[in-house]
Ligand binder design. Structure first.
Ligand SMILES: Nc1ncnc2c1ncn2[C@@H]1O[C@H](COP(=O)(O)OP(=O)(O)OP(=O)(O)O)[C@@H](O)[C@H]1O
Length: 603
């Protein structure tokens, strides 16, 4: 049965939320972060030393110093270069280290949340979105952390220090140099909002070009057969031209900003020169050497700014990636923390459930089912009666619009994801086998399960025999690219995971429907074993499952119409008795499962 849901897509955090998350992470590494900033500041200061030395040289020469001062200048510049190199290297290393630690936390937390996401949320949001967050966004941030972040921190420090240095020589020149700031901001204000859509359009055009090429290649036989070579070439050519136009337009955008930046730079430089000139002329308020220093500092300001601008693509991709990952981490869809209340006992209470997927059509009307601790209840009913919906609410993967689902007296919405998973496990028909060694797949349910526990679980669900016969036994690689398990084997693995997770409440939604009738009968038995001692709600498409249960609940059109033990419901000759006699008739002819399903659906 397909899991269906009514949930929004995966959320994206605001820039502020993302910044707060990053700040909380940096607070965990205060020393390393502080040391990185300290090295960056001292390293940037060392880069400024040669400028000072040159300024002083100008003053010395004007004062009539002889050529011997050159030696000292060279030594000072060499020492400053050495210090700048070492400190910049150390700062880069520390910044990357801090960045990588934050990234590792971000990735781990996001992955943890991804694994805790309710299945219906995942299906609605699309696994592609989740995968692109875990893969592409993480890759974009990793690229930013290793290639851009250290240089960006260094550039910003250099810009800030240069301004401090200019102001410390003379505040009036500092104010004059600051004229570049509003101009620069205006340039960025005009440019930045355009760059995102431009880059996005460029990427779309580039992927359209690749798509045109790939489909042309894939369809080569058809192209040849119908003589469509020219059409295909024209199609690819048009896609290429569009891509080229987009690339040109974003490059032009960037060059325009660089040109505007140059204009701002030279206007600012003219202002700095003018103020310096006035200050020298009027009572020598600054020396010519100091005027040289401010001019050089100001002129060099623009190189780091330009570097930042050229890295803007990477910065934007990383910021977007961080917002998407923090959005996942902060998502309320993962109920990380509950109220802390622990269920008292393992009775399952579904009280007056009402639910609609689209807000219009109500698929559950006032459904109440009470399952005592350790009781097994089978849920039967026609196709579309609402069985999967009830199972999903009972497992806490869907929230009812009205009513409550409780375990041990505690509403499921009060339990955090981890507590919820500890108490309730659901097996649906679409069982996923994760790729990797089989024992790792089993340990997903209980990372501490030892060899004996794994063997016992496999034995309980009747899988030990075939697992031991696999090429490498329990260490055999299964899932994508590995040994392909049959549907029935995959369901046994899911049942073994249930045994290992050992929840007090088990929800089985069609856990035996996949296999052919003989296999299904066996699976039914193993499902029965796996739910031994647990409170269980079993969506039963095979009525033999219902017959074995302690009680049967019949659901029709979203309402409970019968509730009682198998024998009692048979005697009362209601809907269940009807379903049973139809089932028995078919079962005698030993038809396959599909027929049984159709029969149960009343078709
Ligand atoms: N995601 C969804 N969006 C809208 N309607 C849905 C969605 N999922 C299920 N429904 C509808 O809700 C009703 C109950 O569906 P549900 O899957 O719970 O029934 P079911 O008894 O499990 O059916 P089946 O035996 O066919 O699996 C059906 O009418 C179904 O079409």
């Amino acid at each position: 049965m397909t899991a269906k849901t009514r949930t929004p897509g995966l959320p994206i955090a605001t820039t502020k939320q993302a910044a707060l998350w990053i700040r909380s992470q940096l607070a965990r590494e205060p020393w390393r972060a502080a040391l990185a900033v300290l090295f960056a500041v001292v390293g940037a200061a060392a880069i400024l030393v040669p400028v000072y030395v040159l300024g002083r040289l100008v003053d010395d020469v004007l004062a009539g110093a002889d050529t011997s001062v050159i030696g000292a200048v060279i030594v000072q510049i060499l020492l400053a270069a050495l210090a700048a190199g070492v400190l910049a290297g150390a700062a880069n290393y520390l910044i990357s280290k801090v960045g990588e630690t934050v990234l590792a936390n971000l990735r781990e937390r996001a992955l943890e949340h991804a694994l805790l996401l309710p299945l219906p949320v995942l299906e609605k949001a699309g696994k592609g979105d989740l995968l692109s967050r875990i893969n592409e966004d993480v890759a974009a941030i990793a690229k930013f952390v290793s290639n851009v972040l250290p240089a960006a921190v260094f550039s910003l420090t250099l810009v800030a220090l240069s301004y401090v240095a200019i102001f410390s020589i003379d505040y009036r020149i500092g104010l004059g140099a600051s004229i570049a700031v509003p101009f620069g901001l205006i340039v960025l204000w005009v440019y930045l909002p355009r760059v995102g859509p431009t880059i996005a359009a460029e990427r779309v055009a580039m992927s359209a070009r690749s798509q045109a090429l790939v489909s042309g290649m894939q369809g080569l036989p058809t192209v040849h057969a119908y003589g469509l070579e020219n059409d295909q070439l024209n199609h690819i050519d048009a896609a290429s031209q569009r891509a080229r136009a987009r690339i040109l337009s974003s490059t032009q955008g960037l060059s325009r900003v660089v040109s505007a930046g140059k204009i701002v730079q030279y206007i600012g430089l003219a202002v700095v020169f003018y103020i310096s000139f006035v200050l020298i002329r009027d009572d020598q308020q600054i020396t010519v050497g100091e005027a040289t220093i401010v001019a050089l500092l100001f002129y060099r300001l623009f190189a780091p700014m330009q570097n930042l601008l050229f890295s803007f693509n990477e910065i934007q991709a990383a910021v977007e990636g961080i917002r998407r990952l923090v959005g996942l981490i902060n998502s309320e869809m993962v109920r990380e923390k509950g109220s802390g209340t622990e269920p008292q006992g393992a009775g399952l209470e579904l009280e007056n459930l009402q639910f609609s997927y689209d807000g219009h059509t109500t698929v559950l009307h006032d459904v109440s089912i009470s399952i005592a601790e350790g009781e097994r209840v089978a849920l039967v009913g026609s196709t579309g009666a609402g069985k999967t919906t009830v199972a999903a609410i009972a497992a806490g993967t869907l929230k009812p619009d009205r009513g409550q689902a409780k375990i041990g007296g505690v509403d499921l919405s009060e339990l955090g994801s981890k507590t919820l998973r500890k108490h309730v496990a659901i097996i649906s028909q679409e069982v996923h086998v994760f790729s990797g060694p089989l024992f790792e797949d089993l340990r997903l349910a209980n990372p501490f399960a030892d060899h004996d526990a794994l063997h016992n679980a496999l034995h309980t669900v009747g899988a030990l025999h075939w697992v031991e016969n696999l090429p490498e036994g329990i260490a055999t690689m299964v899932g994508e690219g590995g040994y392909q398990l049959t549907a029935a084997q995959a369901q046994q693995v899911a049942l073994a995971r249930l045994v290992l997770a050992d929840p007090a409440v088990a929800i089985l939604d069609e856990a035996t429907a996949e296999a052919g009738s003989a296999g299904a009968h066996e699976l039914e038995h193993f499902a029965y074993e796996a739910t031994q001692g647990r409170t269980a709600l079993i969506v039963a498409h095979r009525l033999t499952q219902a017959a074995r249960a302690d009680r049967v609940v019949v659901l029709e059109r979203g309402r409970v119409i019968e509730d009682g033990p198998h024998a009692k419901l048979l005697k009362s000759k209601g809907r269940y008795a009807e379903l049973w006699s139809a089932w028995e008739g078919r079962a005698k002819d030993s038809v396959n499962d599909d027929d049984i399903e159709a029969q149960q659906a009343g078709t």
